[in-house]
Design a protein around this ligand. Structure first.
Ligand code: AMP
Ligand code: MG
Length: 400
């Protein structure tokens, strides 16, 4: 059995980014940059007024009040060809380029004007209310590097520097398959000893959120032939196959045998993690494989710790791991396991501090309790009893 860190190391050593493609900016949100983004111009491209008011020479208004002659106006989108001389001012609006000769703006609130003259009522400092040319970034500089996910703010940056098209990494194609003869479809009423297939839906949702294009292959019964055939179909047209169930030690846990049967190479099949010990990581041809245990909480935890990391790596994400933060433990924890535990938890901000509470759950089947988890408390192998008030490491599953 290997440790969580060893498992992540094996995944990290094997899984590299898929190729890239050029797409329209409109399609880029949520993708990962496969190119560096270069500023094609200075920002701002000119000394820019930050306030509505009057552009002037600060030397004229170091002492106020002072009266200046208004020689014109500049709205955003307009420019002024002349040069401001001593004793002159130009009415200017937020975002407009400062006229030549001016080196400051006084805001309209502390002026009075009849149109021809303006009284500057408060003294002016050189540079006041100006955002200087290239103060945000100068042309030629790298604004964002390959490997950065494209969120809303990145969209604005790409737009500003003219990236109507942008090179991004491919999205991995993921096939999701749930194994288990006890599984019935969502629309069916389970008979005794049956349960509805829920893992396909959580896995598809997690994988989509991780940027993958998901195909849900439904369920397969626990026979060697059915399992082998279903896996072959899953491998046929995907970058990653993710299964749930069938990887424990029981007679009906057939996934590993089927994998070997169809020529897959298994890199690990047991990780010192709780929940989720029988997690399998393998490859067949160019397709990666994660066999996750079937208990819904185990499935969700091992997806987020292991499979998600691979999906982000395939997309070239420079930071493929979910973020970890430290938080104050609200309730004490007693965890006898010698494996590393990931306990379903609720992280919140209380009085400005990050506080985390481990959720009551009755075991790794408890998908209802898990619904309220937005984080996992990481209890390291050697830690067992942790007192309330201690600082603990917390893996963030979603924004809080
Ligand atoms: P397994 O890992 O195949 O031994 O499955 C462990 C348990 O997880 C099973 O007994 C089921 O109760 C549950 N389980 C397996 N697959 C699913 C699924 N797709 N959806 C919901 N629960 C499942
Ligand atoms: Mg099973």
């Amino acid at each position: 059995m290997i440790s969580v860190d060893q498992a992540l190391h094996i995944i990290g050593a094997g899984v590299t980014a898929l190729g890239s493609e050029k797409i329209a900016l409109e399609q880029a949100h949520g993708r990962v940059l496969a190119q560096d983004i270069i500023a094609d111009m200075d920002l701002p491209p000119f000394d820019r007024a930050r306030m509505d008011g009057y552009a002037l020479r600060a030397e004229d208004a170091l002492i106020a009040p002072v009266t200046l002659q208004v020689i014109g106006e500049i709205a955003a989108g307009a420019a002024f060809d002349g040069i401001i001389q001593t004793g002159e001012a130009i009415k200017i609006f937020t975002g407009a380029p400062l006229p030549k000769g001016a080196n400051a703006v006084q805001k309209v609130e502390v002026t009075a004007s009849d149109g021809a003259l303006v009284i500057i009522k408060e003294p002016v400092k050189p540079g006041q209310f100006i955002t200087p040319r290239a103060s945000e970034i100068a042309a030629g500089n790298i604004v964002a590097r390959a490997g950065r996910p494209i969120a809303a703010a990145e969209m604005a940056v790409l737009a500003s520097f003219g990236y109507a098209q942008v090179e991004v990494f491919h999205r991995p194609k993921v096939a999701v398959l749930s194994t288990g003869s006890e599984l019935v479809a969502v629309a069916e009423k389970p008979a005794a000893a049956q349960i509805r297939n829920s893992n396909s839906y959580s896995l598809a949702a997690y994988a989509e959120r991780a940027g993958a294009a998901v195909e849900n292959l439904g369920t397969v019964i626990d026979t060697p032939t059915a399992t082998r055939e279903a896996l072959l179909r899953a491998f046929a047209n995907s970058d990653v196959v993710i299964t749930s169930g069938g990887v424990s030690m029981g007679d009906y846990d057939l996934v590993k045998a089927a994998l070997l049967d169809i020529g897959a190479e298994i890199f690990f099949d047991k990780v010192s993690i709780r929940p989720g010990k029988p997690t399998v990581f393998a490859r067949r041809g160019q397709t990666w494989f994660f066999g996750l245990p079937g208990n819904p909480v185990s499935t969700s935890v091992t997806f987020n710790v292991f499979a998600r990391t691979a999906l982000r790596r395939l997309q070239g994400d420079a930071e493929p791991l979910l973020p970890t933060v430290q938080a104050e433990l609200a309730n004490s924890i007693n965890d006898s396991s010698s494996r590393r535990s990931y306990l379903p938890a609720r992280l919140s901000i209380q009085d400005g501090r990050a506080v985390v509470e481990s959720l009551k759950w009755v075991g790794s089947s408890d998908l209802v309790a898990f619904m309220n988890a937005n984080a996992l408390i990481i209890v390291r192998e050697e830690a067992h009893e942790i007192a309330a008030g201690s600082l603990v490491d917390v893996l963030l599953l979603s924004a809080i």
